[in-house]
Design a protein around this ligand. Structure first.
Ligand code: PLP
Length: 367
């Protein structure tokens, strides 16, 4: 079986170094808010090209804390609106709801699956305070257009970079393309911990300090609490694992690009629509579209290839957002009905990649 993602194989590449890093943490006697955390923040900020990085417990918390900080800094208040793509992973939207803010869903472009900048302005009201572009599947959004709109209406731009560590837009990387950015280090992301983890990056010192405090019980200084904060921190063990893996992230991205390019050049099947890249992608996912998804997925599985669907149900169709269930976002719905993610990772062999392409190309009308 060619797995969708061989996580064990990915981490096995760094086994010795990970064990060494673990041992160092165990022997240090310091497990939360120590030197690994501090060093990782420094290294990750440098990698993204941003001034600050703040380690938090996971990617959802990263987004929640950015919005919460803007509320504490009185840039926004309960009931204000945040623009977000309608086809994103639901976590982006949950971060908005969690803050008593109102998500305004904007349809994506059908070819890139990214928020359509030409549909943002019509949604903006006097209560709109931010745009949350999501660099979905690893491709950066059209940030020039988005930042121009944000400037015109005085909105904050909060990137959801959970799938785009290292992805460029022009000469800058995700995490440095707006006012603040949330990252996830969930094990399956391109930069994955061996557990949960997340980070916020920003160039705004006041925002960085506020987020740091909010994630540590609202405290800037031990036993002094300025905010009613939460506990959301990146622990020493995960920070140490991430420091090892960050050094190899560009290599991981290069391998993914190699596979993606092979797919793009060699998949030839009239039932399959290949992804369109307008900016740059780090290929967190390689997502094709087909009206014969069920048959194609079964055919691949019968032939030893595991695929996944990102995502089967649009956020506005979820029970969690019952109030939106009757709303219509036809482009998102089409995407949710037709997408299929092919296996891709830094450890996938060219032999396996070729096998997948051959299977796809020899499949005639899937009827
Ligand atoms: C994974 C992901 C998140 C949430 O990250 P967690 O670390 O799992 O909380 C948010 N947004 C997007 C687009 C994601 O893919």
């Amino acid at each position: 079986m060619i797995p969708f993602l061989d996580l064990k194989g990915i981490n096995a590449q760094y086994r010795e170094k990970l064990i060494e890093a673990c041992t160092k943490v165990i022997d240090s006697g310091w497990y939360v808010q120590g030197s690994e955390h501090k060093e990782f923040e420094k290294e990750f900020a440098e990698y993204c090209g941003s001034k600050y990085a703040i380690g938090v417990a996971n990617g959802l918390d990263a987004l929640i804390l950015i919005l919460r900080a803007y509320k504490e800094l009185e840039f926004m208040e309960d009931g204000d609106e945040v623009i977000v793509p309608s086809n994103t992973y639901i976590a982006s939207i949950l971060a908005i709801s969690e803050n008593n803010l109102v998500p305004l869903l904007v349809e994506p472009q059908i070819d890139t699956y990214l928020i359509d900048p030409s549909k943002i302005e019509e949604k903006i009201t006097s209560k709109t305070k931010a745009i949350m572009p999501v660099h979905l599947y690893g491709q950066t959004c059209e940030m020039d257009e988005i930042n121009t709109i944000a400037k015109k209406y005085n909105l904050k731009v909060i990137e959801d970079s959970a799938q785009a560590h290292g992805a460029y837009y022009k000469d800058k990387r995700a995490g440095n393309l707006g006012d603040a950015s949330g990252f996830s280090f969930y094990p399956g992301k391109n930069l994955g911990a061996l557990g949960d983890g997340g980070a916020v990056t920003t160039n705004d010192e006041e925002l960085a300090n506020t987020i740091k405090a909010l994630g540590n019980y609202g405290s800037h200084k031990k036993y002094e609490n300025k905010f009613k904060g939460v506990n959301s921190r990146l622990d020493e063990m995960q920070a140490a694992m991430l420091r090892v893996k960050l050094r190899y992230l560009d290599k991981e991205i290069a391998k993914r690009k190699e596979i993606a390019n092979y797919y793009l050049i060699n998949i030839k099947n009239e039932n399959i629509i290949l992804p369109t890249i307008q900016t740059k992608s780090v290929w967190h996912l390689f997502v094709i579209r087909t009206t014969k998804r069920e048959e194609l997925q079964k055919y691949l599985l019968d032939n030893g290839v595991q695929t996944l669907i990102h995502y089967p149900l649009a956020p506005h169709k979820q029970e969690a957002y019952k109030e939106w269930n009757d709303d219509s976002y036809p482009i998102s719905e089409q995407i949710h009905d037709e997408v299929l993610s092919l296996p891709i990772s830094g450890v996938q062999s060219m032999e396996d990649t070729k096998k997948i392409v051959k299977l796809l190309n020899t499949l005639k009308g899937i009827d």
